[in-house]
Each structure stands twice: as structure tokens, then as C-alpha cells.
Design a protein around this ligand. Sequence first.
Ligand SMILES: Cc1cc2nc3c(=O)[nH]c(=O)nc-3n(C[C@H](O)[C@H](O)[C@H](O)COP(=O)(O)OP(=O)(O)OC[C@H]3O[C@@H](n4cnc5c(N)ncnc54)[C@H](O)[C@@H]3O)c2cc1C
Length: 172
Amino acid sequence: MMLEPNLNPNVIAVLDMPTTAIVDPTHLASQAVNKGVEQGGMAHFEESIVSIQSRGDHFEVATNRGIYQTKVVVNCAGLYADKIEALLGEPSFNLEYRKGEYLVLSEDLPLVSSRIIYPVPSPLGKGVLYVPTISGRSLVGPNAVDVESFIPQPIQDEAIEDMKSENESSAF
Ligand SMILES: Cc1cc2nc3c(=O)[nH]c(=O)nc-3n(C[C@H](O)[C@H](O)[C@H](O)COP(=O)(O)OP(=O)(O)OC[C@H]3O[C@@H](n4cnc5c(N)ncnc54)[C@H](O)[C@@H]3O)c2cc1C
């Protein structure tokens, strides 16, 4: 309570995780690209992989802009990773989707804590967090709802109720 005086006074114990950090995700990603380019790599933007052919000792990767020969393909396509794998044959995994929404609090509100505050995890995941961000605004979320697909869906008012009810027993 001395470190984070705004915690819920009903909190009886906390687990401190000093390795948890808050980053500016845009800056982190652009720095990763810059480092790669500094070390002789190339970055291509707005380019979509449309086919991958195995050519024995290498792969031929076709995009909407060109064709590349490479010895290694790293599939890091996030929610599209199964589609990329399917370009080479029968996918070895199926993705299951869970949607979460965050509330972005007004910048006029003071920060509640200087650290991310996690609740005890629930069966659906890490639970509703309080996240102070680098911009000075804070986030509360996410809720967690299993969904059939990852097609963007409208923000749902129920998400706010979900988070409020989960937060009744929370640390903040
Ligand atoms: C609102 C929100 C808040 C989050 N907050 C946190 C957090 O606080 N902490 C945390 O640890 N995680 C958080 N996450 C989760 C985190 O963002 C993801 O786990 C992470 O971004 C996944 O990274 P990735 O590189 O695997 O996939 P992605 O970031 O999804 O990257 C996949 C990339 O592949 C590209 N791609 C897909 N198909 C093709 C194709 N055919 N050709 C070329 N490129 C393709 C996509 O354009 C994309 O750039 C959050 C996620 C969301 C949505």
C-alpha cells in the first residue's frame, strides 16, 4: 500500500512482478525494424503474401508486389497465421478466437497507480487490468468473450458491464 496507495483497501497481499513493463508499442515495433535494417535486413511494407511454394532447398514467396526466394520462412502472421500455413498444405493447427475490449479513460483523470495492476487471473484469461500508459491516459480492460471469427465487431456496451462486475472484487 505504501508503493501504490490507491489500491483497494480490501487487498490483503500482492505479488510484485518487476519484469512487467509498459512500452510504446509503435515505437518498439519501428525500433525493431530499424535494428533489422541496420544489420543488413530489408523491410517491405503494405505487401501481402499470396503464395508460398516449396522448391526443394528453398521457398518461393509471392506477394502482391513481387517474388522472393528464401531458405527460411517464419510464420508470424498473428490472427492470419493459419492462412499462411495453409498456403503450404494442410494447416497443423486451428485458431480459436477470444475478443477483448479496453476502456480508454479520459486524460483529465489522474493515474490510479504507477504500475500495471493485475487481478487474480480468471478461467478466461488474465482478467481486467488497470494500465497506466506512456501517453498519460490509462486503460481498463480487457473483458474476454469467445467469438467464432476475428472479423472486427462493433464495440459493445455490455463490455463495460462485464468489466464493472469483474472489478467488484478487484485490486483497484
Ligand atoms: C487492444 C489490444 C491490447 C493489447 N494489449 C496487450 C498488452 O498490454 N500486453 C501484451 O503483452 N499484449 C497485448 N495485446 C496482445 C498483443 O498485441 C499481441 O499478442 C501481439 O501483437 C501479437 O503479435 P504478433 O506479431 O504475433 O501478431 P500481430 O501483431 O497480429 O502481427 C501479425 C502481422 O502479420 C501481418 N500479416 C498477416 N497476414 C499477412 C500476409 N498474408 N502477408 C503479409 N503480412 C501479413 C499483419 O499485417 C500483421 O502486421 C493486445 C492486443 C490488443 C488487440
